[in-house]
Every structure is written in C-alpha cells, then in structure tokens.
Design a binder for this molecule. Structure first.
Ligand SMILES: [Zn+2]
Ligand SMILES: [Zn+2]
Length: 390
C-alpha cells in the first residue's frame, strides 16, 4: 500500500475543505464560469504551473512536467453549476442566486486542484506529464467538444485521460468503476404536430393535435417494450409537451420533446427510426401531420480496459479492497466525458458521497444535495497516485 500518498492527501484536508467551500459558495452556470476560472487559474499559477486559457468557452488547462520519463496523463474536472436555488442551509451555501453546485462539480475541481498541488510537491516522482483540464458546461453536455475542437488534447498530446464524478447512492469513502460502457448516450427528439384549430365545442370540424400527441406518447412506450431486445437497456421518455392557449380553443399545433438513453449506438439509431415511424403512423390515423427532429448529443461513456485496469491497480495501492467496487451494470445517465474517449483512451470512476450520519443522502441535482467532505482527500490521492512512480 502506498499509504504515503493518502497520508499526504489527508494532511491537506483542511485546505481542501476551504477550496471546496469557496467554490461551493460561488457557483456559475454553464459557459458563464468566469470567476471560477479566475480562481482555478490563480491557484494553478501559484503552484508554478503555466495556465492556458482556451479560446471562447474552451475552459483552461495547465501542464505539470514530472521528473521521470513517461506519457502525458489528462485529469479532467468539470466546473459548472446548475440553475437551482440552494436550500441546504449550509453556512457556505451559494451566494449566487439561482445557481448551485448541486452536481458536485465543486468537489471535482477541488480534487483536481488538490492533485495538482500534491503532484507539484512531488514533481521528481511524477511520470511524464500531467495535463489538468478544467471543462466548462458539462451540465448542458457541450463543453468537452468545445475543448477538443480547441486542441486541448494536443501540445502536448494527451495519451490517456481520467476523470471522476461523485455519486450519491454509493457510501462515502468508496470508489467504483467498470470496463467498457459505463454511462449512457444522451439524445433528444422533438416532435411538432400540425392539425387545424377551431372552437372547443365543435371538435368534428377541427383536426386536434392534442389527441394525436397523447397517442404518440402512449405509442412510444412500445419501443422499449416491443421493439428493442429486452437485454438492451433503453429509455425513451417524453418530458415536455406544450399545446393550446385556452380551455375552449382547439390549437393548430402542439410540441413535445423527450430524451433517449442507450448503451449501444445501434439501438440509438433504431430508436430514432421507431420514433419517426410511430409519429408518422399515429398522425396519419388522426388526420394530423408532424415533423420529428432528432438532436444527437453524446455517445455512451466507454471505459478503456487498459486504463481502467491501471486505475484499479493504482487505487488498490491506496484504498482497502472493500472501498473499491467493480460495477456490473452501467448507469443510464450521461456525461460528455465520452467525447474525450472518442479520441484517446479514457476512463471514468465514481466516488461515493452517501453518509447518513452527516445528512448526505439526497440525489445530485437536488436543492439540498451535499457531500461528505471527507471524500476530498480520497479523490486527490486516487488522481495523484495514478501519476506517480511506484
Ligand atoms: Zn449534473
Ligand atoms: Zn455532474
């Protein structure tokens, strides 16, 4: 066990909590993380690292050059908050009205900054280079691609990349990961249904888009149940519908949108084809017409086997076996970390934040979400030990 790295990280716990609380109190929304980036830039500059700001919305990165030969490892942290009004009542609660770090990105930044500090203090033992990548706008699944287009994976070329996300259902102090597909794709579909409006008392002379829309929602349930092989997980969920302006006016048209989650690109394409078929068929039956618009967003997050094995092996040096969990089934939520994995070997792991005694039980994206701060040194140690020589 390389307890030394964990001890060093634990010795930083007071400082890590201070960083975390500072970031937690000042959340900023996607692509508006101006003060957050200032803070990160100052922290990294004070460590002696040269920070590179990306062009327009492309976050920032900094490279640490180790004393030993080796590859360049990327450590990615996302930095945006959510449009939620915080209700935790914590003394370091959000000072920015209508914004909250409810997805734990404040803790991700803290752990990456902590790793930058620990590795800077142990530079001679660092293999190769470490590129710290602070990404904007993960919540709207947009920032990763902007950074990649801006060239963050080059100069120096990043050979492999790791990242973490906190997870509220796993006990605090435990990490989990798995080989292969770990998170789902995330896509959207929009359907506009066209009818012909009129008086609510005379539906027979109108073509009602609302009845067609209602039947489309029901018929879409058929996709997961009857069209996709049962062993392949898929979510097709209409989450938004809008039509009409008053109780007695049949509207001309209506709008609906929904999300699609899968672990398999073939399934993803089949789902879009099915949505089109169902929307067209139902509309024909009800005398309406429609336009379906697919909005492709991110592919599934796939953990590279070699990087994941290396991450597990290195983590076993600092955590006990009962703190490490290998997941057997992927999650249905999504991450734009998947974009990095389309270019270089990538692996993501999760760190539990659930602690009943400390009241850390609620899900992420909840206005009362909070983490157990004792996990901060663990994330620092996992990141840092991955980059250090044996
Ligand atoms: Zn989130
Ligand atoms: Zn998140």
């Amino acid at each position: 066990m390389n307890t030394n790295v964990l001890e060093q990280a634990q010795a930083m716990s007071g400082e890590l909590s201070a960083i975390y609380r500072q970031l937690h109190a000042h959340p900023e929304l996607s692509f508006k993380e101006y003060n957050t980036m200032e803070y990160i830039e100052k922290f990294l500059t004070d460590l002696g690292l040269t920070v590179k700001r990306g062009d327009k919305n492309a976050g920032l990165s900094a490279v640490l050059t180790g004393g030993l030969p080796g590859k360049t490892v990327g450590i990615r942290a996302d930095i945006d908050g959510l449009p939620i009004t915080e209700e935790t009542g914590l003394e370091f609660r959000s000072q920015n009205k209508g914004a909250m770090h409810a997805c734990g990105h404040d803790s991700h930044m803290t752990m990456a900054l902590g790793a930058a500090k620990l590795l800077s203090e142990n530079k001679q033992k660092v293999r190769g280079k470490v590129k710290f990548i602070f990404q904007q706008a993960e919540e709207i699944i947009a920032g990763a691609q902007v950074m990649i287009d801006d060239g963050v994976l080059e100069n120096p070329h990043v050979d492999e990349i790791i990242a973490l996300h906190v997870v509220p259902t796993l006990e605090a102090g435990r990490m989990e990961t798995m080989n292969g597909v770990m998170l789902a794709s995330s896509d959207m579909f929009e359907i506009t249904v066209y009818g012909s409006g009129g008086h609510g008392s005379a539906p027979h002379v109108c073509v009602d888009p609302i009845i067609a829309m209602s039947n489309i929602v029901i018929a879409l349930q058929n996709i997961a149940n009857k069209k996709i092989e049962a062993v392949k997980p898929v979510v097709v969920n209409v989450c938004q519908m809008a039509a009409g302006s008053r109780y007695n006016i049949v509207p001309d048209e209506g709008y609906m949108s929904g999300t699609i989650r899968t672990h398999d690109m073939k399934v993803r394409n089949e789902v879009f084809e099915q949505i089109q078929t169902i929307a067209d068929g139902v509309c024909a039956a009800f005398g309406t017409t429609c336009k379906m618009r697919p909005v492709y967003s991110v592919q599934p997050t796939i953990n590279d086997e070699a990087i994941t094995q290396k991450l597990l092996q290195r983590t076993r040096e600092i955590l006990r076996d009962d703190q490490i969990k290998i997941r057997e089934t992927p999650y249905m939520f999504s991450e734009d970390f998947s974009c990095f994995g389309q270019h270089i070997p990538a692996s993501m792991f999760f760190l539990g934040t659930y602690n009943e005694e400390k009241g850390c039980t609620l899900p992420i994206h909840n206005s009362k979400y909070r983490i157990d701060e004792d996990i901060l040194p663990l994330g620092v140690a996992i990141f840092a030990n991955y980059c250090l020589a044996d």
